[in-house]
Design a protein around this ligand. Sequence first.
Ligand SMILES: O=C(O)CCC(=O)c1ccccc1C(=O)O
Ligand SMILES: [Mg+2]
Length: 325
Amino acid sequence: MGPRLGEVLETARVVSLPLRSRFRGLDHREAMLFEGPAGWTEFSPFVEYDDAESAAWLAAALDFGWRDAPAPRRDSVRVNATVPAVPAAEVEGILAHFPGCRTAKVKVAERGQSLADDVARVAAARTALGPEGRVRVDANGAWNVDEAEHAVHALAEFDLEYVEQPCATVEELGELRRRVKYMGIPIAADESVRKAEDPLAVARAGAADILVLKAQPLGGIARALSIVREAGLPAVISSALDTSVGISMGLHLAAALPDLEFDCGLGTAALLAVDVTDDPLLPRAGQLPVRRVAAQPELLHEFAAPPERADWWFARLERCWELVG
Ligand SMILES: O=C(O)CCC(=O)c1ccccc1C(=O)O
Ligand SMILES: [Mg+2]
């Protein structure tokens, strides 16, 4: 079945990849990569996540490295451009890294910024994409219900495709959804799925119209597929700012879904200044091909994390290994 720990340790490497712009307060992305019989795989919970939460990411990494992914139902996946909380003047430059993407996801509600910053950034994205483009926003749960309602009103003129995780809790999402329903702007749940004790609670409460799913935090492709099946809501598959190896895991999840009506947040390799392969999963003509990715030894070496960071990741791997069981 699964590997022995020694087998994982044999190929495991830790990288620290510079980002093109700050994202989630980061300017480098650390990730652990290792190779199983099914191919290269990625274990990259954010460094502040505790072991219990990170164990699901390890289960996903082991699943993708040691078991074949489900049969793909499509050979390419349309992706959105991901726009970090940059000044409006930088939006065009970001979008240029996502050639052919008709959809942009714009980060909003960044700490230290104002609603006017969000309005300017979203306006820039709408101007760049034109009236046929699709613009969605992601607040990562930062607004309370009143702030979210106010922001939705301020952003509605840019014709939003949906608002992702406007508030932190399922109750707040449900309340906001009732308040803005008349405007026809759907609510998507992200953290309320991937960080919740019960990922189906938000669907059961009728608090969201769309689920955003990430393969690693949900424990892998099979578990994410069963959440979609049981929730009965449309799904958007997204990355967690993974390397191209982790993106490939998300792509195989997106490719296995019976229905995929929204563009997926899997174009984020474009936010990295370097990757672990010289054939990265970068959007072309607004899409990614569904394929596996091999990490290249010379890039793993060139962008290796400092020794003390690698030691930290190996210790984390061993602690999470105990929890996965
Ligand atoms: O969905 C996307 O466009 C990219 C992924 C993304 O935004 C993201 C990346 C890392 C951590 C959290 C998130 C998020 O969707 O909140
Ligand atoms: Mg999100």
